[in-house]
Design a binder for this molecule. Structure first.
Ligand SMILES: NC(=O)c1ccc[n+]([C@@H]2O[C@H](COP(=O)([O-])OP(=O)(O)OC[C@H]3O[C@@H](n4cnc5c(N)ncnc54)[C@H](O)[C@@H]3O)[C@@H](O)[C@H]2O)c1
Length: 283
């Protein structure tokens, strides 16, 4: 089956109303693709899509809803044609020490970050396989390598998501689909604003946060290059990837990481803006 041109793919992005998802949608439209922006917040997704013009459209999708996934793929097909690229981006976080979080808070992260994304992958595989092509891109996190205090359930979902993604990619390696997973460092979105408000989440501030636009450029580049796994930024990501494999090393490093993060968080709260995200939607 002939593949669509590299520069004009149909892309479905989850969690695209704001933050990294909105920036991915903008970068994808800028690169010539057509994008269905999906989000649980339909009005915000619509507002973001309207800003992006005629190559963007919006659709309400709560990624926990399996029927919603089918409808979203159908909506993309009706608007632009069959989905070539699925970007699993939607995610939620509640930071805090595990003993202080409710079971409902733990469960909410598992249901969105892990089960919701799994549901999307399970929806995409048969549809894309039947067409003979498709690219599944998962936005994960450096916390899929690093177990950090304040991030136990979130990191748990991201460790699980990485394992799931790579195992599925191996199962499908003789088929027509491509799989990419990308792990951004701390990024200036509403999620980081949430973390700024929580003193247990200080490790997020140990390194300078990147912008959603920088992450989005790296993501849209993978539509062409289809790498197996990307850490962003590359050098810091590699170091964290290696450190994360050795829990004894993390134990030694965490006090230093926390001290650095605490200093930077204190400085931001003292002198900087109370929010780090770009309210216009992320780029
Ligand atoms: N911001 C960071 O520092 C950072 C770092 C690494 C990875 N990530 C990951 O990047 C992804 C995007 O994060 P972000 O920082 O842009 O977050 P964000 O909170 O700014 O935006 C997330 C978007 O997802 C939507 N959403 C939430 N629950 C949903 C659901 N059930 N179904 C559909 N949409 C839903 C929200 O409405 C929102 O528009 C997440 O998977 C996150 O874990 C973020």
């Amino acid at each position: 089956m002939s593949k669509p041109p590299q520069h004009d793919r149909v892309v479905l992005v989850t969690g695209a109303a704001a933050g990294i998802g909105a920036a991915i949608a903008a970068a994808a439209v800028g690169a010539g693709h057509r994008v269905l922006l999906t989000d649980i917040d339909e009005a915000a997704a619509q507002a973001t899509a309207t800003r992006l013009g005629g190559r963007a459209a919006a659709f309400r999708l709560d990624i926990r809803d399996s029927e919603g996934w089918t409808k979203a793929f159908d909506a993309a097909e009706a608007e632009f044609g069959p989905v070539d690229i699925l970007v699993n981006n939607a995610g939620v976080i509640t930071t805090g020490n595990t003993r202080d979080l409710s079971l409902a808070q733990h469960r909410a992260m598992v249901e969105v970050n892990l089960l919701g994304t799994m549901t999307g992958v399970c929806t995409a595989i048969p549809r894309m396989t039947e067409r003979g092509s498709g690219h599944i891109v998962t936005i994960c996190s450096m916390s899929s390598f690093l177990p950090l205090p304040g991030y136990a359930p979130y990191g748990g979902t991201k460790h699980g998501l990485r394992a799931f993604h790579h195992a599925v990619a191996l199962e499908e390696r003789h088929g027509p689909l491509d799989f990419t997973i990308i792990h951004p460092a701390s990024t200036r979105t509403g999620m980081l604003d949430q973390e700024l408000n929580d003193p247990t989440a200080i490790t997020a501030f140990a390194e300078k946060p990147v912008t959603p636009a920088e992450v989005a450029r790296a993501v849209v580049e993978t539509f062409r290059t289809k790498p197996t796994e990307v850490v962003f930024p590359a050098l810091a990501g590699r170091v964290q990837q290696i450190a994360g494999a050795v829990p004894q090393l993390i134990r030694l490093l965490v006090p230093t990481i926390e001290a650095k993060g605490r200093r930077e968080r204190d400085r931001l709260l003292r002198t900087g803006p109370t929010r780090l995200s770009d309210p216009s939607g992320g780029s």
